[in-house]
Design a protein around this ligand. Structure first.
Ligand SMILES: Cc1cc2nc3c(=O)[nH]c(=O)nc-3n(C[C@H](O)[C@H](O)[C@H](O)COP(=O)(O)OP(=O)(O)OC[C@H]3O[C@@H](n4cnc5c(N)ncnc54)[C@H](O)[C@@H]3O)c2cc1C
Length: 394
């Protein structure tokens, strides 16, 4: 049996087989072929999730072969993109068409399908997560059937797949909102953490993208702001914090050090208090921690499983080295996040159960009811999802 592990090496699996279809048609054939043996299947993007979403004892479907930009409609500001495309492979072809993604995460190694499936986001008070930009999708259902969905066509299936956790079909192609290509100028500075927390509202309103990192034990935060600019790009690219280039060249960072991560979204106004409590807890109980807390802003959207559903939020992440035990740290921080009504990132570590999630998401039962309709044999379930599924829905 093949062995599989995620990016950090902390999530491992032994699927019966790993298959790599090279087209939507091959993906459809594969799902039909494996359906006869009734074996479970899970989609694999770039293996960058810290949560146990990907593992399956059945067939792992690696989507990297279903890749590329299909077309761009500049007037409608939409790009048609294959689901397995790495975000790092989008910048140039989109710029050749004069457009760019509205925002990106801290790295660009993820696949677009995997990023959408978990609500992956960057930072920016007026900018939503990548899932919110999906306007329609082509899906391959667990039966192998290929289907299109949008707000107008099969709207329930579309809604469930806006943040679908790879549980209700595989995104073979998505139509994603784009905007005219743009350049960004980066600025990095150190500032007393308490001062940053006092003026975080002002800071986050002043820049298109604003984030800060606080290193345990330190007094100061490293703040990073990105502004749109008409200036010419400067090559070779400067170090992080000083770049001036096209958006995709500045938004993506190099993060080679293997780690695991917990991230929660809390309401914007609760962010500073939550960070102060995390700082106190970490300083008292985890003084040896050498990984930063990261603070970003995220605009609200209306996807059923969005951590920002109808609430402008900030996202706060806690990291631990991949060679360290992370559970005591993450459990202690999760208590604080929970106190602020936080919602966990779907692709990062959390310890919530179905009852906790049901209380956080008003449409939780609806999401599961519709998911179950489109996967009646439960082919796209795994152990992690089974623990999250509401009772009486097995
Ligand atoms: C170093 C690092 C930096 C990160 N930075 C950020 C960040 O800045 N912002 C942020 O929000 N997150 C961040 N993440 C988390 C990451 O963006 C998410 O976990 C994302 O889902 C990973 O994408 P992937 O392609 O690797 O998907 P995978 O981890 O391979 O899969 C994730 C989920 O998507 C499903 N899936 C994959 N492809 C498809 C498809 N085509 N159709 C349907 N379902 C599919 C899988 O079944 C699984 O459920 C980071 C992670 C790492 C390791």
């Amino acid at each position: 049996m093949p062995k599989w592990n995620n990016w950090s090496g902390k999530v491992v699996a032994q699927p019966k087989q790993i298959r790599t279809p090279a087209s939507e048609a091959e993906l459809s054939d594969l799902l039909c072929e494996t359906d006869t043996t009734d074996s479970p299947v899970r989609a694999l993007g770039a293996a960058h999730s810290h949560s146990r979403l990907v593992p399956t004892p059945g067939t792992l479907i690696d989507l990297h072969g279903i890749s590329g930009v299909v077309s761009v409609d500049r007037s409608a500001q939409l790009a048609q993109i294959r689901g397995g495309t790495r975000i790092s492979d989008l910048g140039l072809p989109l710029r050749d068409e004069g457009v760019a993604l509205l925002n990106q995460g801290d790295i660009d190694r993820q696949s677009i399908g995997g990023a959408i499936a978990t609500g992956t986001h960057g930072t920016g008070r007026s900018l939503q997560n990548l899932s919110a930009g999906m306007q329609s999708a082509r899906l391959v259902l667990p039966s192998g059937e290929i289907i299109e969905c949008s707000r107008e066509i099969e709207p329930d299936l579309f809604e469930v797949n806006r943040i679908g956790l790879g549980a209700a079909g595989i995104l073979s192609e998505v139509s994603l909102s784009v905007r005219p290509a743009y350049k960004l100028q980066e600025r990095l500075w150190l500032e007393d953490l308490d001062h940053v927390l006092e003026r975080i509202d002002e800071l986050s309103r002043a820049s298109r993208h604003l984030e800060f990192f606080w290193m345990p034990g330190g007094q100061r935060a490293a703040c990073k702001a990105l502004e749109e600019t008409e200036a010419d790009p400067v090559y070779p690219l400067a170090a992080e914090g000083k770049r001036l280039a096209w958006s995709y060249e500045v938004l993506a960072n190099h993060r080679p050090d293997k780690h695991s991560e917990m991230e929660y979204s809390v309401a914007e106004q609760d962010g500073p208090a939550c960070v102060r409590e995390l700082r106190k807890k970490i300083t008292q109980d985890f003084p040896e921690l050498t990984w930063p807390i990261e603070y970003r802003t995220l605009a609200a959207d209306d996807a059923w499983l969005s951590t920002t559903q109808n609430v402008p939020t900030v996202t706060i992440s806690v990291h631990q080295g991949a060679d360290q035990s992370d559970e005591p740290l993450f459990r202690a921080c999760e208590k604080i996040f929970r106190k602020y009504g936080g919602r966990p990132h779907w692709g990062k570590v959390h310890f919530l159960n179905q009852a906790d999630l049901s209380s956080l998401y008003p449409r939780w039962l609806d999401w599961w009811r519709i998911r179950n309709q489109w996967d009646p044999k439960n082919r796209m379930m795994n152990d992690h999802l089974a623990r999250l599924r509401p009772p009486l829905m097995d």
